[in-house]
Design a protein around this ligand. Structure first.
Ligand code: ADP
Ligand code: MG
Length: 299
């Protein structure tokens, strides 16, 4: 193909277009995006096609230079439509990103946790030395989870306010972006609200749903007040099912696994070391204990 600028100049001369149009045509053709398109389609273009498409090319450059707000989220793109150059609209990078973010958000089901946790990005979590171990383990989990959906989760232990819930929100988001559903549940509120399920018999369904979630995050385990029933027939059942199916389960807790063992032993009405140990076996099977340090970030 001959030099495109020459062709344009000739076309313009032939049509006896005014000085302004000439200038506009030259500028439009010189636009880097138009040049890139012409170069890419060199083999398939000829001067008839370019001539017939000049108004479209002007139009295209105009849209790029002063985008219409109606088209927000979309960007025009030239394509060869048979024997004319035409404009198509494709979603912008920003739009694709925000859609991916929205889709991920909808895969996170929060139970008794604030909605803002759906939007925490793992990349936003400060990488302080106190969190290095946790973040390293999280990265390892995420890489492994891509290949295998039946792996061990993590048990983040550390003082109140160091950011465990926040970090797990980032984990939920990263998992959701991989396409998996996540149930993120605040254990103390969930246990406290169990009574409300008696009337509608929905508790077994709820337990099943939580137990079979592809990924479950138990936030603040150990801070709940347990009865024998809520320990054995609710927590125990959920953890058992997850263990049977090797479903990734995460925990955050202000107490260590050893501390949790003691907590499980003492329910409202009795002390039962054996049952507590059985429950802890499931927690240990499902997750790896990792310490998170740092200052209290609340207030
Ligand atoms: P924990 O669960 O360990 O008690 P949280 O996750 O609730 O702690 O964190 C305490 C507060 O600090 C929250 O308000 C949280 O939003 C904030 N926070 C924690 N980590 C970060 C972070 N990396 N960047 C910004 N805010 C954070
Ligand atoms: Mg917390």
């Amino acid at each position: 193909m001959e030099d495109i600028s020459e062709v344009i100049t000739r076309i313009i001369k032939k049509r006896k277009l005014g000085e302004d149009s000439k200038k506009i045509a030259k500028t439009a053709i010189k636009h880097p995006k138009v040049q890139a398109f012409l170069a890419q389609n060199k083999e398939r273009l000829n001067k008839e096609i370019v001539q017939a498409s000049l108004p479209t090319i002007f139009n295209y450059v105009e849209q790029i230079e002063s985008p219409n707000s109606v088209m927000e989220g979309y960007t025009p793109r030239l394509f060869l439509n048979g024997r004319v150059i035409d404009i198509t609209y494709v979603p912008t990078e920003a739009k694709l990103k925000s859609e991916a973010r929205m889709r991920a958000k909808h895969r996170i089901e929060l139970i008794d946790l604030p909605k803002k946790l759906q939007s925490v990005e793992l990349a936003e979590v400060d990488r302080t030395p106190d969190r290095k171990e946790a973040l390293k383990n999280i990265a390892m989990f995420l890489a492994e989870f891509k290949k295998n959906k039946h792996i061990k989760g993590l048990y983040l232990t550390g003082d109140f306010g160091v950011g465990k819930t926040y970090i797990l929100a980032g984990v939920a988001n990263a998992i959701a972006r991989q396409g998996s559903r996540v149930v993120f549940l605040h254990v103390p509120s969930f246990i406290a609200s169990l009574g409300s399920h008696f009337q509608d018999n929905s508790l077994n369904d709820e337990i099943d749903r939580i137990a079979s979630a592809p990924v479950l995050i138990f936030d603040d385990i150990g801070a709940e007040t347990l009865s024998e029933w809520s320990r054995d027939d609710v927590l125990g059942v959920i953890l058992q099912k997850r263990m049977d199916n090797v479903l990734p389960t995460f925990f955050s807790s202000n107490i260590t696994m050893d501390g949790l063992n003691e907590h499980f032993a003492e329910t409202r009405n009795s002390v039962d070391e054996v049952k507590a140990r059985r429950l802890m076996e499931r927690v240990r099977f499902l997750s790896k204990e990792v310490f998170v340090g740092g200052k209290n970030r609340r207030n």
